[in-house]
Design a protein around this ligand. Structure first.
Ligand code: AMP
Length: 302
């Protein structure tokens, strides 16, 4: 099954305690698509400017990502600049330049409209709505967001939650959005807005899923060295949605497995800047890490 995704395709400038890069390929749509491409066919909807080089397009194409929905227009590509201190769970945004995204009006190619799985990666919630307006009866819709939009467009975000099945969000942003310090209370408040399932990303502490009465806790993969957390959330969502689309099964038990694949993909992504690690994996490496997490979390019945 294929996945339609809308999200940012960006130039990222990132500084971590371990190094620094300037204007490398990034963006929520880029990380999501690359991660999910190991599991399913991806149709990407986004916009870039005339400064976006062919080599980046080729990189995405090398993952068999369908780029018919990627438009190139006059202007500059989206840019994000961020910094991480030793607490790598916390990104500090230094600058966001929407550029060509500020007046992007996506027209979804005919062939994309029947996509059974839709992922609204972190981007302006009004754009997320515009994409949803054009798709036909998807089987599963999931979304992500961040503080920039929670603070900038809370009403559009609230309305979006009524239209999605799964919401994937960072721990701090879940608390901010719900206005609750308790994560369980925050989750219940967000679920009351519409989605049937909420997945809270907790960086190096893993992920928590609230799905009806079912709660599932997954650890993060214990890496010795984390180089750059940028894109971890999007790679997580890529593994999650990729596995759901690959298996065409959205049961609670399968979402739990998909969360582990999300964890695996995020763990590879943080091992290097940009797509340097995420972009060159083998299925065997992915399966091996899944099995390691299975062993890591195993314990016997009483
Ligand atoms: P994350 O997976 O949460 O680390 O997301 C990192 C990616 O989000 C970076 O590659 C950025 O280009 C992208 N990004 C940052 N701010 C925004 C924003 N306001 N809208 C869309 N994408 C963003």
């Amino acid at each position: 099954m294929s996945i339609l995704v809308v999200g940012s395709v960006a130039f990222d400038s990132v500084k971590t305690p371990f190094g620094e890069v300037n204007e490398v390929l990034g963006g929520s749509g880029t990380y999501f698509s690359t991660s999910a491409s190991y599991f399913a066919g991806i149709k990407l909807v986004a916009v870039v400017g005339t400064d976006f080089p062919d080599e980046h397009i080729e990189k995405l194409e090398s993952h068999n990502i369908d780029l018919e929905g990627l438009t190139k227009v006059e202007g500059k590509t989206f840019r994000w600049k961020g910094r991480y201190d030793f607490d790598l769970n916390q990104a500090h945004t230094l600058d966001t330049q929407l550029n060509v995204f500020s007046d992007f009006d996506p027209v979804i190619p005919e062939e994309y409209r029947k996509s059974p799985f839709v992922f609204l990666a972190n981007i302006d919630p009004e754009l997320q709505h515009k994409v949803l307006d054009q798709v036909e009866a998807p089987k599963l819709v999931a979304c992500d967001t961040m503080n920039f939009w929670i603070e900038g467009k809370p009403d559009a975000l609230r309305a979006l939650l009524k239209r999605v099945d799964i919401c994937v969000i960072n721990e701090g942003e879940a608390r901010e959005f719900a206005g609750e310090a308790s994560l369980v209370k925050a989750a219940n408040k967000i679920l009351a807005e519409g989605p049937r399932c909420l997945i809270v990303k907790r960086g190096e502490y893993g992920a928590l899923m609230f799905n009806g009465d079912s709660i599932f806790s997954a650890p993060a993969y214990p890496l010795e060295d984390i180089f750059d957390p940028t894109g971890a959330g999007d790679s997580f969502a890529g593994g999650l949605m990729g596995y759901l689309a690959n298996t065409d099964d959205v049961s609670d038990a399968n979402i739990r497995k998909a969360i582990i694949f999300g964890t695996v993909m995020a763990s590879f992504n943080v091992e290097a800047f940009s797509l340097d690690r995420l972009g060159s994996l083998t299925l065997e490496e992915i399966r091996d890490r899944y099995a390691e997490i299975k062993r890591l979390t195993h314990f016997e019945e009483l």
